[in-house]
Design a protein around this ligand. Structure first.
Ligand SMILES: Nc1ncnc2c1ncn2[C@@H]1O[C@H](COP(=O)(O)OP(=O)(O)OP(=O)(O)O)[C@@H](O)[C@H]1O
Ligand SMILES: [Mg+2]
Length: 477
């Protein structure tokens, strides 16, 4: 029964856990969802940041370099004109410095370099690379013309052919420098478009992920609820089953107890019936037979003169009556040994042992307590009947030629030990359901809260041990 209760208790655990987990899981799911959102936001921001940084670090220095080139060449162009016009404040060295600077920036755009602390990353776009190369050529040409004009000032005044070439190279250079700027702006615009498109795609992906996550969460919740419901249902069924089992078990225990009581009742009734019959047989039949014997004695006396034949028939009748009286006494004793009621358990065991020895020829060694304790009728008859059944079993099954009987009694308990030197009982015989003799012993002992053991082996024979507690005063007369 305890096992069943255990099962039931364990089976109930998911219910309690269920309600808790429903709520304890919710924050977890929200947390997972939030973590996902945070990661996505970080991803988008990171991507934007990275792209923005790329534009700043790549395009800004290039545009600056282009502006610098244009500015330096414009300054150089203007100063050459002013020096030629006779402005002595302007120095030729500055012109070459400005051109050097423009040249340096142009090469930096192609090969990489630095401008005012900003790193210039080399251009990847071939079209701009080609324009920059043109600009470098034009710069070289512009420098050569400027040098020639400044060294031959008298032939290179405004309106001279060299002046004309000077302006032409300069205007071609300006156009190309503008072209570079324009092309760079175009590249920025394209990159921006890519950037935007990527961001839109990212946003759509995020949206899809949210929707998918939402659906997954919903489905998870749905299936979880279904599983919880199923669990709930099966738990209820299990509970009902367990309850049914417990009820059946209780009913079984009850009916077993009732059967035991019935068995005991039957034993008692049987014993009483036997005692009654024994009394009737002994008193009625015994006395009638004794009277008949006496009458026959008188008749024998009265018929002194009759023939020998008649007298011998009368003495034959007399012997027959003697035998019948003995039979009646034996039957009455077997039904209920008077000795048990009159002299007690120990004497009844002694008498039954000597009868057994006479009947079977098996040698018996008897050990009885020195002083007899007065026991209740029930205990006396129980121990005596167990003794009788055990001795009968020895005679019927053991093949022994020696038996040792031990009866010990004190105020606490009565112990009966019977040992034989026969073949020894085996386990299958001890637990055989069809063995009613041993079952009867067990039932009788159980009713008195006693203990019954029977063991055996081929070398030592069989040992029976019965212990009956006498603690309760009800057991002692
Ligand atoms: N002293 C013994 N030595 C060897 N075998 C024994 C001994 N006592 C009992 N047995 C074995 O145990 C079995 C069960 O004994 P039990 O008294 O229950 O039944 P039974 O004597 O066969 O029949 P009954 O119901 O008439 O008593 C016997 O059949 C016998 O085989
Ligand atoms: Mg038997």
């Amino acid at each position: 029964m305890n096992n069943l209760i255990d099962i039931m208790t364990k089976a109930k655990i998911p219910f309690a856990a269920d309600a808790k987990s429903k709520w304890s899981l919710l924050p977890l799911r929200i947390s997972i969802f939030l973590v996902m959102v945070v990661f996505l936001v970080i991803g988008i921001v990171g991507f934007s940041f990275q792209k923005g940084l790329e534009m700043i670090t790549v395009y800004a220095p290039l545009i600056n370099a282009d502006t610098e080139i244009k500015l330096n060449v414009s300054v150089a162009h203007m100063w050459v004109e002013e020096i030629l016009a006779g402005d002595t404040t302007k120095k030729v060295d500055y012109v070459w410095k400005a051109l050097d600077n423009a040249d340096k920036n142009a090469w930096a755009m192609l090969k990489g370099g630095e401008n005012a602390g900003q790193a210039i990353i080399p251009l990847k776009d071939v079209e701009i690379q080609n324009i920059v190369k043109k600009v470098i050529q034009e710069l070289t040409e512009f420098r050569a013309i400027a040098e020639s004009r400044l060294s031959h000032r008298e032939t290179s005044l405004t309106g001279s052919p060299i002046d004309y070439r000077y302006d032409k190279v300069y205007s071609a250079f300006t156009k190309n420098a503008d072209q570079i700027k324009y092309r760079l702006t175009e590249l920025i615009a394209t990159d921006l478009q890519y950037f935007k498109a990527t961001q839109y795609i990212l946003m759509v992906v995020c949206l899809i992920i949210f929707v998918v996550a939402g659906i997954a969460l919903y489905r998870f919740e749905y299936f979880r609820n279904r599983a919880v419901l199923a669990l709930h249902q099966s738990n209820e069924n299990l509970e009902m089953e367990v309850e049914e089992h417990i009820n059946t078990e209780n009913r079984l225990i009850e009916s077993k107890e009732q059967l035991r009581n019935l068995g005991h009742q039957l034993q008692t009734v049987r014993e009483e019936e036997k005692a009654h019959i024994a009394r009737e047989v002994h008193d009625e039949l015994g006395q009638t037979l004794t009277a008949l014997k006496m009458e026959l004695g008188c008749l024998n006396h009265d018929l002194q003169s009759t023939s020998d034949e008649t007298r011998s028939r009368i003495s034959g009748m007399n012997a027959l009556i003697d035998n019948t009286i003995q039979s009646v006494q034996r039957i009455a004793t077997e039904l209920r040994p008077q000795i048990l009621d009159v002299l007690g358990l120990a004497e009844a065991v002694r008498w039954e042992t000597s009868e057994f020895q006479k009947r079977t020829g098996i040698d018996c060694e008897l050990h009885l307590p020195s002083s007899d304790i007065e026991l209740s009728r029930e205990i006396k008859i129980t121990v005596f009947r167990i003794f009788q059944e055990t001795m009968t079993n020895i005679a019927r099954h053991s093949g022994a030629n020696k038996v040792r009987v031990d009866l010990q009694m004190d105020r606490k308990q009565a112990i009966l030990k019977i040992l034989d030197n026969g073949r020894g009982i085996v386990a299958s015989e001890i637990f055989n359901k069809n063995s009613l003799g041993l079952l009867g012993i067990r039932e009788r002992v159980h009713f008195l809260d006693g203990q019954f053991d029977i063991t055996g082996n081929s070398s030592d024979g069989t040992q029976v041990r019965v212990t009956i507690p006498l603690e309760s005063h009800a057991n002692i007369k």
